[in-house]
Design a binder for this molecule. Structure first.
Ligand SMILES: [Zn+2]
Ligand SMILES: [Zn+2]
Length: 256
């Protein structure tokens, strides 16, 4: 699998970090993990084949994670690149996703679902196994962030695993859920003294890394206070026992 960071920031505008979006390319198709407002243009900037994107995962309904989804559907509807497309686009997320998108669509009669290709919305429940791409299994875990927020664990046909926590407060369950992952993509909104309980700060994130024992970790979803922190030095102080990478917009990794 190939992993690309589209946005390593939050909802707050930042000159280098755009809002959440991660592209995952597998032999069986492509998957966008969250779709912040900037993600739709970031896909084009990274030369990713957005017109043939197979599936989208929406972790929760905060606008830095879903705010680009309806503009993306709006753009795809008339894009020359999608007029010959016939394969479906599947959008996965928690219960309530369908109603939210339908309400947005109705708000101005956008007809976002009248595309040249079928758009399928699939609502998943925590701990339910589902196929997010052909031969690619997924399972979600509810997280302490919003009522609907979910982490996801994805396993491809070669048994390579990526776990994406998205936004979450601290719970050991995330560590169990992420155990032995080939890549753990975890939020780390704050360095220390977090002002919001339902996010992680560095010591909690590294605790979960030590608990989960993944092969590699990408920390992401950084607020601006991180800008003055020496990431590598502070991570090293906490002995994570595996490689911990600071997400940056445009970061690319191979999972094999
Ligand atoms: Zn967020
Ligand atoms: Zn959030």
């Amino acid at each position: 699998m190939k992993f690309t960071v589209l946005g390593s920031g939050t909802a707050v505008p930042h000159p280098q970090r755009s809002s959440s979006g991660y592209w995952l390319e597998t032999v069986n198709g492509s998957l966008l993990l969250d779709c912040g407002a900037s993600a739709i243009h970031r896909m084009a900037q990274e030369n990713l084949d957005w017109a043939n994107l197979d599936a989208i995962w929406i972790s929760h309904f905060h606008l830095d994670h879903i705010g680009g989804l309806t503009p993306f559907l709006f753009g795809m509807k008339n894009a020359p690149d999608t007029q010959k497309r016939r394969k479906p686009l599947r959008i996965f997320g928690a219960k309530g996703l369908k109603k939210l998108l339908e309400n947005f669509d109705k708000a101005n009669d956008y007809k976002l679902f009248a595309q040249p290709f079928p758009v399928e919305i699939v609502e998943v429940a925590p701990l339910e196994n589902f196929e997010i791409l052909p031969e690619t299994e997924a399972v979600a875990l509810d997280t302490p962030h919003t009522v609907e927020s979910l982490a996801i664990r994805i396993t491809d046909e070669n048994d390579k695993t990526i776990v994406y926590t998205s936004d979450t407060g601290f719970t050991k369950e995330i560590g169990t859920f992420a155990s032995d992952a080939d890549l753990l993509v975890m939020e780390c909104s704050f360095f220390k003294d977090k002002p919001i309980e339902k996010h992680l700060e560095l010591s909690e994130a590294i605790y979960l890394v030590r608990y989960a024992k993944p092969k590699r970790v990408v920390l992401t979803h950084f607020y601006a206070k991180w800008d003055t922190v020496n990431f590598e030095k502070e991570v090293a102080k906490l002995s994570p026992m595996c490689e911990v990478i600071e997400a940056k917009d445009g970061l690319r990794l191979e999972i094999n």
